[in-house]
Design a protein around this ligand. Sequence first.
Ligand code: HSE
Length: 436
Amino acid sequence: MEAVKIGLLGLGTVGGGTATVLLRNAEEIQRRLGRGIEVSHVAGLGIAQQSIVDPAKVKLTEDAFEVVNDPEVQIVVELIGGYTLAKDLVLKAIENGKHVVTANKALIATHGSEIMKAAAAKGVMVSYEAAVAGGIPIIKAMREGLAGNRIQWVAGIINGTGNFILTEMRDRGSDFNDVLKEAQRLGYAEADPTFDVEGVDAAHKLTILASLAFGIDLQFDKIYTEGISKITTEDVNYAAELGYSIKHLGIALKAEEGIELRVHPTLIPEKRLLANVDGVMNAVLVYADAVGPTLYYGAGAGAEPTASAVVADIIDTIRGMNVPVEQKVPLLGFQPEAMRNIPILPIEATFTSFYLRMNAEDKPGVLAEVSEVFADHKISLEAVLQKEAVKGESWVKLVLLSQQVREEKMNVAIKEIEALSAIKGEVVRIRMERLG
Ligand code: HSE
């Protein structure tokens, strides 16, 4: 059988990794697929300098549209990232009747509905396994492996750069910016690393996971997003004293009133497996009604781990090329006409526990005053940690852990605490999940 011809858009970290894996594992892939995969046309900047592809065998260009308009190319693999050019290229490829494989979470999270509609109309596939959690086959697991379940919640460490930074800060006391630079050097970070640090990348990925979990539209704009840039070593250490790790989580949860979609730093008990996912590793914990909890773990970024997911998608696409559309796995796991419009809850309507840190005057009765505020709002406390005053200072650090409470209730309590004359400055809050 003739080899399937692939057009590769982008020869950066993931593009280079994909070309390398396809070449190195060609024989093993052929054994699985029954035919070869040939990278026939590649677009990338400075392509002449790249040694990964052989210019004697592969057409090279700096104009990506040449690839999507190449009649020989059957599958376009989009690995350039970003929203605008990537969207135009993908839509053009679909219009030209080509299947698409992409690692672009920003594109799927923000323009996925339009792209998938166009793909359905044209009868081509759009695959995006590498868009979420790097090399972990989480899309396949949720869309196919868990298809018999009602999924209740998903909680994941889905940004490798952020997890790498938090781990290095905790284990080595490293400086935030130094670790970020190292993550960039290793090819983990986004082109704009504020996407990693401020939670945008994780929110893109959570948008996709939530759609797959609950059969809802892709709704990136409804996700509450908070990054890791305000996490201090002080909070990491206090959390550890109380038996918790701080991880940056994406959480999608079906509550009674609607769906919670939130990305934020989170205290989780140290004994949970997720608390021990370190460095660039990602993990996604899915709680479903029939199977209970299942956990998926692996490298969340990097050239070859991400390429692993891209190549799996290429293989799946080839296997499905002659399958009638009604027999294909739906692109978001649910039949398009069966997608539900379930309200996404504002952050104020979500329920979590809280870690709170404040500066309190070092005098009798302050703890009682603070406790009274919580009692007035019927918020139960689970732990209190009072640190000794630094010599010569009249303020102590007070750290509290609350039980689960509706966020808007906690907001009111925090305002009242900040207004107490014995409390100095703002109360630092970090949400907390037991993941039980
Ligand atoms: N910047 C992303 C991360 C790359 O660090 O997770 C993989 O999506």
